[in-house]
Design a protein around this ligand. Structure first.
Ligand code: AMP
Length: 283
């Protein structure tokens, strides 16, 4: 696996490759990230992952400073996963210092997680635009765990006519259903037990939907009750939205039966802000 840290090295690597699949990450890799590498390998000749803890997507009170950075372990995992190259730039290789440009996808970027992390998606869209321009992949692989991120970056790519396909990869979970996340390591053992409440709340909504419940308020209040039963009270949001656009579902709910709904949850457990989602299906 090639270890690339600057733009010049990246350009040279890119010229030697056929089709390229790109997996952007912030490191502290787990099986969820590796599923992205695996999906990329199945679709493209060469897979490049990036590890870049992007300062512009963290708010001033957030965990940028203490975000885990176990580089050697990450490198080893990427080698074992069959990655062709790792792009691991310093901040100065991404942001020149005099940069004035930010990519905003609005109003989606201010909705859902954007309500609680006002500059987050602007940071995400900007860094992913820069990375896509540098790597010039044929396909970029993103996890559905960050559902709003996939929808938002798809919109960015479409709106800016960027020549790349956005591929979403299903969420990889722990045995009890907790969505894998680099931030799960912030959880103390008792909090780890609580954290599975997000998954359980989504399962409850799925069961209710399958059994014919179509009222969004009932689906949401049922999920909130499950979260409460796990001692999760610090909830940013529980929402049911259109799975394609993330628009609110039509009210009244007759048409909801025809839409494909997704439930999305963001909640704080201890020091970790956790998110999860589930598309509600009839099976
Ligand atoms: P991060 O390093 O958290 O920025 O995530 C990098 C990429 O991995 C993003 O596209 C995430 O959506 C994806 N990802 C994170 N956790 C998971 C998971 N449990 N399953 C699938 N993809 C994931």
């Amino acid at each position: 696996m090639e270890h690339i840290t600057d733009r010049h090295g990246l350009r040279q690597w890119r010229q030697r490759c056929g089709t390229v699949g790109f997996v952007p990450t912030m490191g502290a890799l787990h099986a969820g990230h590796l599923a992205l590498v695996e999906a990329a390998r199945a679709h493209t000749d060469h897979v490049i992952a990036s590890i870049f803890v992007n300062p512009t997507q963290f708010g001033p009170q957030e965990d940028f400073g203490r975000y885990p950075r176990p580089l050697e372990r990450d490198q080893q995992l990427l080698i074992e996963a069959g990655c062709s190259a790792l792009f691991h730039p310093p901040v100065t290789a991404i942001y020149a210092g005099q940069d004035q440009t930010r990519v905003r996808v609005e109003p989606l970027g201010s909705d859902l997680c954007g309500r609680f992390r006002p500059t987050h998606f602007q940071g995400v869209a900007t860094v992913v635009a820069i990375l896509l321009n540098l790597v010039r992949p044929d396909q970029v692989f993103l996890g559905w765990k960050d559902y709003q991120q996939v929808i938002l970056l798809r919109k960015m790519v479409q709106d800016l006519a960027m020549p790349v396909a956005v591929v979403g990869v299903p969420t990889v979970r722990e045995a009890d259903g907790l969505a894998m996340s680099s931030r799960n390591r912030y959880l103390a053992p008792a909090e780890r037990q609580q954290a599975v409440g997000l998954h359980r709340a989504l399962e409850a909504a799925q069961t209710a939907w399958r059994d014919g419940e179509r009222r969004v308020e009932s689906l949401v209040s049922g999920a909130r009750q499950v979260l409460a039963s796990f001692g999760i009270g610090d909830i940013d949001y529980v929402e049911v939205r259109d799975a394609e656009t993330l628009d609110p579902l039509p009210v009244p709910d007759q048409r909801a039966a025809q839409t494909r709904p997704v439930m999305l949850i963001a909640a704080r457990v201890g020091a970790a802000r956790l998110i999860d989602n589930r598309i509600l299906t009839l099976e």
